[in-house]
Design a protein around this ligand. Sequence first.
Ligand code: BGC
Ligand code: NOJ
Length: 814
Amino acid sequence: MKFGYFDDRNREYVITRPDTPLPWINYLGCQEYFGIISNTAGGYSFYRDARLRRLTRYRYNNAPWDCGGRYIYLRDEESGSFWSPSWQPTRHAAEDYSCRHGMGYTTIGSKFSGIEAHTRYFVPLDENLEIWQLTVTNRRATPARVSVFASIEFCLWDAQDDATNFQRNYNIGEVEVVDGVIYHKTEYRERRNHFAFFACSEPTVGFDTARDAFLGPYRGWDNPASVAAGQLTNSIAHGWAPIGAHQVKLDLAAGETRQIVFVLGYQENPVDRKFDPPGTQTINKTLAKPTIAKYLGQKEADAAFERLRAHWDKLLGIFQVDTPDVHTNRMVNIWNAYQCMATFNMSRSASSFESGIGRGLGFRDSNQDLLGFVHMVPARARERILDLASTQLDTGGAYHQYQPLTKRGNNDIGGGFNDDPHWLILGVAAYIKETGDWSILDEPVPYDNKPGTEEPLYEHLHRSFRYTLECLGPHGLPLIGRADWNDCLNLNCFSDTPGNSFQTTTNRDGKVAESVFIAGLFVHASHELAAIASRHGHADDAKCFLTAADRMEQTIKKDGWDGDWFLRAYDSFGEKIGSKEREEGKIFIESNGFCVLAGIGLDDGRAAKALAAVREHLATKHGLVVHQPAYTRYYLHLGEISSYPPGYKENAGVFCHVNPWVMIGETRLGHGDEAYDYYLRINPSAREEISEVHRCEPYVYAQMIAGKDAPTFGEAKNSWLTGTAAWNYYAIAQWILGVRPTYDGLEIAPVIPAGWQGFTATRIFRGVTYKIAIERKGAGNNVALTVDGAAMKGNIVHPPADGRKDVSISAVLS
Ligand code: BGC
Ligand code: NOJ
């Protein structure tokens, strides 16, 4: 069952009924000001950091799920009835409801009692504000008098404090209302130099800034007293819950359309110019006023929207494909790339499942996110890499997370996730392959942000490499530490205390438990590092990296192999995990996927065997599960993985992040059909038809789909912010379609389904536009290239020596 449809031409998903199984959200903003918005206008906004600079309030874990938003109400002045064109919060049975989620904007509207209303919400480029463009049309045969109310509830900035510290919070709320603009200035009197504003393009007939006055006692957002009464009360908030609400009256002739713009924004003032006049407590509005005035203009708002459209045309234009499969096309061309932007911007901070207060930017996560993002805005990828590397410790280890506002490592979580350092190598490798910018390796970067400790980035990578060699266990495999990629495989935790964090509790010295996954990651990262070193004038280092990788590979083959597949780990008693010897958790996806991706066992049949075992034991119709059999009880020595009921999350759920490792592994074996089969099983668009089962948005990946052991097999959770976005993009673009940036040029190496006759693609790479046509003439994956009409040896196309900006490539597969 579907709740909408894809409008590919407009790059939109159109939701046609408001009662989606869960709120289906979109992101507004792509630089510093952000918001999430659901298909019924729920959500919130923040500046840079979803925890520390939250502009508007949202109530997670509410009933209904989605409460708190950018709510507009219309009231028919004749009948006194009122409703929300976005359905929520009044939930009237409106006609023609639609929500169009597009690239950085969302338009929601419907028709009720002959009045049609749509609001387009977006954040203009280079501004710290959002625009709500409301269009109201009177579809009646007679004139209509309506009141429009637009409302927002302010958050008192620190979202954690906002949700807990009521003894203080109910006293500190402050606002100003000047010239029809509502200014939210809680804590501005003391150490904050920022405030929020909420403005309206039309003359208003009333406002409210006190929630109690607006809603009335014992009433919710579905039934605000002052909307019901038809008149806002001009309340001024003193403490309690500051809100912003405007009221505009419209007289609409039959058929008449009117537009109103609302602007909600964030402004910082210089410390010495906070107040106007100086010495008072009144906000200095000099900087804010011109911005507000500008975007309240309908023309400016439209122009800003067009700029946003053009911005996305350009970003998405970097890689476009035309394949025989619509799901591939729309995910690659539109939604998967778009989701990669969201994960780059948000890391794992703000979604329907991440409350914005819990997590900073993950070291592991942010590095992997680069795989799907770097081609869009390489300069921002570069900056992110340097920020991440600056938090690296001089041991080569890494803080697991850092806070985006301070860019400092997060002490609460600390480090000791022994896979972390290697993702930096992969992030840097992806950046150099995309850009050819080798200078990044020479950038001086500190350790743990300590001035004076700067070394070239290359040295950081070297330390990442050494970190693992200094942390080897009894078999010569890498010690796992707190956890590896699987945050829930906590082999040194041994927690029997409810509420202990599995990720930070350690009750073993950590000298025994080893990870075969990290071993595979080490081999892969060391190959990358060797390729980097040899091209960057460090031939000796390159040799050393390759020797260590070879040694690790031998160790994996000796002590990391279970006979038919790769082991997952050794626990802190030295017992095997992911082995036939176990009753539960006999086979795991991570080590099998990653070892094959790293090329281990391609030469001796192990890789093929491992992936055959994965197919036999882990493949389900909804994707590949993490392991089998699921853990049926809590195991002290395994940690969080066994805390989840069978089939959920890391306990044998379909973790969509790791499925692409197997897809890539299959391409390395030359298995185009298998790789593509796995790709389609979790492709959100391909799952659109079963939206009532999948339940999350059909246009973006979710982190997890319940596995076959779960009562809700096939149900997705944690949509949007997941490494799934980058890895699936990377798998389909670079390994299945095989359009792959390398250090030396653009490699063309498709491993596509046997039934595909070919496909075409456009790839802008290092300033050159490559038009690529792939044609299948035989069943295999051998590639014969013709570049601008001339047959060529090999399959890497080097940047044109004569500076041409357009190159046409045709490839014959046989
Ligand atoms: C989740 C993991 C997550 C970890 C760290 C666990 O509860 O299952 O997916 O990585 O928390 O936040
Ligand atoms: C989500 C985390 O963000 C990611 O870092 C981790 O690898 C996976 N969960 C698996 O535990």
